[in-house]
Ligand binder design. Sequence first.
Ligand code: T5A
Ligand code: NA
Length: 203
Amino acid sequence: MARGRFILLEGCDRAGKSTQCTMLVDALKAKDLSVELYKFPDRTTTIGQMIHAYLTNSKELDDRAIHLLFSANRWEAMQEMKRKLSAGIHLVVDRYAYSGVAFSTAKGLDLTWCKNPDRGLIRPDITFFLDLPTSEAERRGGFGDERYEKRELQENVREVFLKLKDKEWTVIDAKKSILAMHFEILRETELKIRDGEKDGRFA
Ligand code: T5A
Ligand code: NA
């Protein structure tokens, strides 16, 4: 059986990641593909609840401690994600290790130190980076409620993201309409899924 594809949507806060993840999952399901949605942080686990308390300012934590919790929150999902990919299920993932590195580095931690705890996590097959200037993000719903939703930090985060960007990322202009972004993401995803069937690397 062909292995499922790991499709990651990354980007700045309010760039539309969650909106696009839901639309992509629905579109792939409508094409009779098996697909599941993952979101990081996963706030439903014990570790995720600690992260949520930190993000909503009800708990203080050392910058390194919270960084490690975000990473642990990915590690606790790894076995299940691997099993699903092996079973031919495509995974659409809302944020991942790049967010982890971008936010903690933007706060002032060392880049290499930030990357280390995520070493060994499964790699995405396709990474979409939804790029949105901070001034635009601020105008969108809900901006300003959580700990990291501050202009200066967001600008630093975007700079780190652009440094982490490699040639395999697909950059999506998140100033576009929801539908325009959706069609772009869907088209690239379908190409990637078809490629996988041809080259057989994931058999
Ligand atoms: N974090 C995360 C770390 O520090 N380390 C880590 O390891 C990880 C994984 C919470 C915080 O955690 C940090 C990063 C974050 O600061 P989260 O739970 O993913 O992460 O954050 P959320 O608040 O859920 O999501 P975002 O703020 O990133 O928003 P999204 O998902 O990018 O945007 P979305 O789809 O919810 O849309 C936001 C608003 O914009 C509108 C939507 O309708 C909505 O109102 N919108 C558009 N408007 C105009 N044009 C478009 N194209 C639009 N698309 C969406
Ligand atoms: Na989101």
